[in-house]
Design a protein around this ligand. Sequence first.
Ligand code: ZN
Length: 152
Amino acid sequence: MQQELRELYQQVILDHNKAPRNFRKIENPTNYAEGYNPLCGDNVTVYLMIDDNNIIQDISFQGSGCAISKASASLMTSILKGKTVEEAEKLFNKFHDLVTDKLGDNFSVDEFGKLAVFAGVREFPARVKCASLAWHTMLNALHNKNEKVVTE
Ligand code: ZN
C-alpha cells in the first residue's frame, strides 16, 4: 500500500474511533438491522430513515466492537446520509470489491475518498469482516431483512 494511504488509514481509524459520527439510535426508523462478527466480537445495529423518494434522510448506528468496525460504521453513515437507496447499494458493492481485493491496486483514491483507506485491511482476512460488518448490516436493513447478519 502506498505510504500516503497508510498514514491516512491510521488517521481515519483514530479519528472515527475517537469521535464516531452518527453514533446514536434513531427512534422509529423505517429500516434497521443487526450484525455480529463472532471472529472479533463486533456488534452493530444500523438504523435508517428512508423517505418516499428512496432517499436516506438519516442513518445511524450503535454497538460495540474494535476500532476498525467502529470507524467503518462511522464513515459509512457519514457517506450515505443524503444518498438514494440505489446509490447506497452501489457503494456497498464498490466497498466490498475494494476490501475483498477484487480491484487489486486498480482503484482510484479520488473515487473512493476516505473509503479508500479500508484497502488497508485486504492483507488481514479477519479484519475484512470487521470493516465490512456495518456495510452488510446496512444492506440487510435496506431490504428490511431483520434477521441478524453474522459474518461466517
Ligand atoms: Zn473487529
